[in-house]
Design a protein. Structure first.
Ligand code: MF3
Ligand code: CO
Ligand code: CO
Length: 258
């Protein structure tokens, strides 16, 4: 691959490792009684201690260093003084910016003991992301990604959020192309070696419709049922793909045994 692509991959790798490292730290503190502000502070400190910046902080006016999206929150929840309680599920989404490049990743966490239903939603959401990542190569079309996720998720009885999508990422936090998490096999442009983007399906227990809260950021399910999300930043290679945001400690999905 060209020098430019190699440099892009190296820098995205460096940013991705820091974002994933922040989530590995979250694993250590998440339990009933902590606030989403505590998660935010931890992410802020970890990212800065590793010589990077948090990309969400002040991005289009976003006030915090990560997104915390519990229970029926789909995405972009703002950390605050909300205390997590036993049985909650929560997504933490972290994006680091290092040497001019971004790494974007999110995981779900259990707070104490969570319902079987919530566990299943989380398992299917993680599975849908990984199934889509595993098909990535230069012959894959954008529609294959969406259709892989949608087919699996709907077979399991859940729904794919339409209002938010994955995105190209690099020197900019969000850029072309949009990566839809639903769609038809074989449609849309084919992937090219060197492309870097996120796969970040948001999956609902009930219907897919979303509603925006008055803060202008927080998206919740319209039917107030649970929602889950995972996110990796990936790159297309000559032979397949690379995931830039894997956990070095193999803490990619719950239950996390630490
Ligand atoms: N990290 C989110 C994503 O996956 C974007 C968050 S933007 C923010 O694209 F401003 F809400 F932080
Ligand atoms: Co993203
Ligand atoms: Co993200």
């Amino acid at each position: 691959m060209s020098d430019d692509i190699q440099e892009a991959f190296e820098r995205t790798r460096a940013a991705g490792i820091i974002a994933a490292g922040a989530l590995d730290e979250v694993v250590k503190i998440i339990k009933p009684g902590i606030t989403t502000n505590q998660i935010d502070s931890l992410c802020y400190e970890f990212i800065n201690d590793n010589g990077a910046c948090s990309a969400p902080l002040f991005y289009r006016g976003f006030p915090k260093s990560c997104c915390t999206s519990p229970n029926h929150t789909i995405c972009h929840g703002i950390p605050g003084n909300k205390t997590l309680i036993d049985g909650d599920i929560i997504n933490v989404d972290v994006t680091s910016f290092k040497n001019g490049w971004h790494g974007d990743t999110s995981r779900m966490f259990y707070v104490g003991e969570v319902s079987i239903k919530a566990q299943k939603l989380i398992e299917v959401t993680y599975g849908s992301m990984m199934k889509a990542i595993k098909i990535l190569n230069k012959k894959t079309s954008l529609g294959d990604i969406g259709s892989t996720i949608q087919t699996y998720v709907e077979k399991e009885g859940f729904s794919v959020v339409r209002d938010f999508c994955g995105h190209g990422i690099g020197k900019k936090f969000h850029q072309e192309p949009n990566i839809l998490h639903y769609g038809k096999k074989g449609t849309g442009p084919k992937l090219k070696p060197g492309m870097i983007f996120t796969v970040e399906p948001m999956i609902n227990e009930g219907k897919y419709e979303a509603k925006m809260l008055n803060d202008g950021w927080t998206a919740v399910t319209k039917d107030k049922k649970l929602s889950a999300q995972f996110e990796h930043t990936v790159g297309i290679t000559e032979t397949g793909y690379e995931i830039f945001t894997l956990s070095k400690k193999e803490l990619n999905h719950p239950p996390y045994s630490v």
